[in-house]
Design a binder for this molecule. Structure first.
Ligand code: CA
Length: 233
């Protein structure tokens, strides 16, 4: 297959590294690897991959150092692997500019879905401006010009804030947006009441879109991390 995507895997656990490499290669991706943060940065600089899959716990430096370095001048998607139970590590990785995370252990299907979503976000950001003024997800349509939202044939009446949150999530569909990122984008500042304000708006928004409590229709609640709009049904 021509035009193979090149994916850099930075991971020090050899069993996980070879699992990811084999899975990617079996699916027509080109995989290159590094087992330390330093080697990862060298491979990144010389190969310019389309996507990076990055373990956070590396022997020489924390994986977040890799994100900081790459994000100085590049928007290459970064998918973080986290074995840690602390939500804080994922959140700080996302806030530093990682696109998404996978929690270990994970299977082939989840890995490939996340890889596809991250590569799609790369294509979308490269072609931004040429895409139409509409976003469609299953039976939901957002019209950005009219700021209107339809589910099925029915128009959904949203407040300005609810609409802004929905539009923001749709611009980044497939990607987890952290609470802090959403709050900053919507209100421009974070204070003691921000998280509560976001949760209230989010719960009203999801209700209006027809989601029942605990159901992940259109928008997935990533507990302790943030929210993600689905990008495939
Ligand atoms: Ca590790």
């Amino acid at each position: 297959m021509a035009n193979k995507y090149k994916i850099l895997i930075v991971e020090d656990e050899s069993s996980i590294l070879s699992f990811i490499k084999a899975t990617l290669e079996a699916n027509e991706y080109q995989a290159i690897t590094a087992d330390t943060c330093k080697n990862g940065l060298m491979m990144y600089a010389s190969h310019r991959p389309d996507l990076v899959i990055l373990d956070l716990g590396l022997p020489d430096m924390d994986g977040t150092e890799f994100i900081k370095e790459v994000r100085r001048n590049s928007i290459t998607p970064i998918l973080v692997l986290s074995a840690r139970t602390e939500e804080n590590d994922k959140v700080s990785a996302l806030d530093l500019g990682a696109n998404d995370y996978i929690t270990k252990p994970f299977g082939t299907a989840e890995l490939l879905a996340r890889v596809r979503a991250a590569l799609r976000s790369k294509r979308n950001s490269e072609s931004s401006g040429t895409t139409g003024g509409e976003f469609t997800l299953n039976d939901m349509i957002i019209n950005y010009d009219k700021r209107s939202v339809f589910v099925g044939n029915q128009e959904i009446k949203l407040t300005q804030t609810e609409y802004n949150i929905l539009a923001l999530l749709s611009f980044h569909s497939g990607k987890v947006l952290t609470y802090a990122f959403i709050i900053n984008q919507i209100w421009g500042y974070v204070d003691g009441t921000s998280t509560k304000k976001l949760q209230v708006n989010m719960s009203n928004l999801r209700k209006k879109l027809g989601s029942k409590p605990g159901e992940n229709k259109y928008i997935i609640n990533e507990l302790g991390v943030g929210y993600r709009m689905q990008d495939e049904f």
